[in-house]
Design a protein around this ligand. Structure first.
Ligand SMILES: Cc1cc2nc3c(=O)[nH]c(=O)nc-3n(C[C@H](O)[C@H](O)[C@H](O)COP(=O)(O)O)c2cc1C
Length: 209
């Protein structure tokens, strides 16, 4: 299969088979696809909370307009974006860059200072919009990786952020739940899998100048 086959195969799964769980080897590949997603300045200002515990999934369904994907998927990936940039985030990045690229940390100091000057005083609303946007890139990495593994997924924005944040107790970590991916295997009785894709035509989307 090529990449376009994967995109045609995947669909926003409405009904998961609650009895089929993702093997650990595939979970690791999905996690790696998220880890490798690009982010602004490479700072990766998010955490992904993975829920496999059934009691917790059932609880979260109550805060997600009762969508069955939340309780029936094998795993929930909750993308939580940072609501504030800390000096430590930049120091950790500079340290990591220096080690990964085998260069003295002093050589990256100027870049670190530039990032601090640019990001530390950004207001919290702007910071949240900026970091949340980046979680969607990681989300698409997840969905493509899943499709390549014949694993189904459903991106979900239909949930109550405040209740998720309270449930996950993440406000104190300056994180906020932005978007969720329910991941697992489609139920045979999910009619959505048989629907034709609804998309605009190429000509309606692109302009060549
Ligand atoms: C950011 C985002 C949020 C979404 N939220 C939900 C959701 O809460 N519940 C749901 O059933 N589908 C949700 N969807 C799925 C879309 O409705 C679906 O992707 C779209 O209709 C196209 O269909 P397809 O993905 O099956 O090709 C969401 C999709 C995206 C990209």
């Amino acid at each position: 299969m090529d990449i376009i086959d994967y995109y045609n195969w995947r669909y926003a799964t409405k009904k998961f088979n609650p009895n089929k769980k993702i093997p650990n080897t595939d979970l690791e590949l999905i996690k790696e696809s998220i880890r490798l997603a690009p982010t602004s300045y490479g700072l990766q200002l998010f955490k992904v909370i993975i829920i496999e515990n059934q009691v917790q999934k059932d609880e979260l369904r109550k805060f997600s307009y009762n969508q069955s994907q939340i309780s029936d998927a094998s795993h929930l990936f909750i993308f939580c974006n940072s609501t504030k940039v800390f000096e430590k985030d930049i120091d950790v990045y500079i340290q990591n860059k220096s080690i990964s690229q085998e260069m003295p940390v002093e050589e990256n100091k100027g870049y670190g200072d530039f990032l601090k000057k640019t990001l530390l005083n950004k207001d919290s609303e702007k910071t949240s919009v900026w970091t949340k946007n980046q979680t969607y890139i990681a989300l698409t990495h997840l969905m493509t990786a899943c499709a390549s593994l014949k694993i189904d997924s459903c991106p979900i924005e239909g949930f109550n952020t405040t209740l998720y944040n309270e449930f996950l107790d993440i406000n104190k970590k300056s994180l906020s739940a932005g978007v969720v991916a329910a991941v697992g295997y489609r139920s045979e009785s999910d009619n959505s899998q048989y629907y034709k894709k609804v998309r605009k035509s190429t000509k309606d989307i692109f302009e060549i100048h």
